[in-house]
Write a new protein. Structure first.
Length: 387
């Protein structure tokens, strides 16, 4: 029987941000989208059962975030990563990006500096600029496709910075930051009194050889200076259900974040999202293990295909995330030419690297959370487009 991750499921006409806006995103309908970071897989059986039982019941009244969800999340983190979260440290929020924007609102004022490490998830740029904060960029160092943090540059630019938005694992470069790296950056933030907002939404998509370390778990001083943001979106493929959780040991931060959620009247929960998250944590471990195997297999396939058949593209397998960061600089094309090549010639809907910052120019990001046959079809089409 075909693996559930290799079943091709038509996502068109489902209000899918990835599949239903092809002409808008790529200028053509004749394309396979591998852009927006959600997965083309059906959710786990237990998640579907949880949602089905709510719809069968048929009453969709007001709901709250149940303690059982907190418990399910702490158990998931403990079993999966050996990470001990405390239920008392959690505050739920509508989504990760909204939480970042709330934290900017609470802990900074217009004109304050917020630092990000580029290339990075595009909304990090917008969220700072749209809230009239000053964007400080600390580019990562690219050593033959393996990215590292530039601590010296970070320290130089850190003066006056109020918030550092960390991305762990990092979208788009796929680094799962090590304890040593996190400790070094965390210590600088403590010393310079910079609040760390750690976006750990990709923390459950980690491949062999790497392990997830939350920066807040490194030292009490760092934990007291940090808010970590979690979500089931990437872990269980529930991005459209929107739900997130902010975790912090700092009582004052927790109090102010909770008060903000109350003041904005966002304390009500979406029962479908919370039940799906709970069923994911409590009953979908096997599904998730198989998911990681599938993604790892796709990444390995991509790596050898590129090595053997696409000599002008360079690729270093990521340590985490289902996103592949392809270095296309040797194709010697402008951004427009690269887009024309991938979109019009190859029918491959990748995200252009420049949206992740200037360091991303000449790169393309490919979302490989799809059936292997889809990945193969796109890769052969890219290969043919070179000839
Ligand atoms: C690093 C990162 N943060 C946040 C998000 C979005 O999270 P949410 O939908 O909970 O706002 C994404 C989605 O791709 C992401 O990659």
């Amino acid at each position: 029987m075909k693996s559930k991750f290799n079943q091709i499921i038509n996502r068109k006409n489902t209000n899918s941000a990835k599949w239903d806006r092809l002409s808008w995103a790529f200028g053509t309908e004749n394309i396979t989208p591998m852009s927006i970071a959600d997965m083309d897989f059906k959710a786990s059986g237990p998640i579907l059962n949880a949602i089905n039982s709510i719809t069968r019941h048929g009453i969709f009244g007001y709901s709250y975030y149940p303690d059982t969800l907190k418990k399910a999340i702490t158990q998931w983190f403990n079993k999966k990563h050996g990470v001990k979260l405390s239920e008392a440290d959690m505050v739920f929020a509508p989504c990760v990006l909204a939480s970042i924007s709330f934290l900017l609102d609470i802990f900074t004022k217009p004109g304050d500096k917020v630092l990000i490490q580029t290339p990075v998830y595009p909304p990090f740029f917008n969220i700072v600029k749209e809230n009239n904060r000053v964007l400080i960029e600390n580019p990562l160092i690219n050593r033959n496709g393996h990215y590292a943090m530039d601590f010296e540059d970070f320290s130089k630019k850190a003066t006056g910075v109020k918030i550092f938005i960390l991305c762990n694992p990092h979208n788009p470069v796929g680094r799962v930051w090590t304890k040593k790296e996190l400790e070094q950056i965390g210590r600088i933030c403590v010393k310079k009194r910079i609040l760390i907002v750690s976006d750990d939404i990709h923390c459950d998509i980690i491949y062999k050889g790497s392990g997830y370390v939350p920066i807040a778990g490194i030292a009490e001083s760092i934990a007291q200076n940090c808010v970590t943001l979690y979500s089931p979106n990437k872990t269980f493929g529930t991005a459209g259900l929107a739900c997130a959780c902010a975790v912090t040991k700092n009582e004052e931060i927790k109090k102010r974040f909770r008060a903000y959620i109350m003041a904005k009247k966002l304390e009500s929960a979406n029962r479908i999202s919370t039940s799906a998250w709970e069923a994911g944590c409590n009953k979908s471990r096997d599904w998730h293990t198989q998911l990681i195997k599938h993604l790892e297999n796709n990444m390995t396939y991509l790596e050898s295909f590129i090595k053997d058949r696409l000599p002008l593209i360079k690729f270093v397998k990521p340590e985490g995330t289902f996103l592949a960061w392809l270095d296309c600089r040797q194709m010697n094309m402008t951004e427009k030419q690269l887009k024309d090549f991938f979109y019009k010639k190859a029918g491959a809907g990748l995200s252009p690297g420049s949206i992740f910052g200037v360091e991303g120019e000449g790169f393309m990001r490919m979302n490989i959370a799809c059936p292997l046959t889809v990945l193969k079809k796109v890769l052969y089409s890219i290969e043919r487009s070179f000839s």
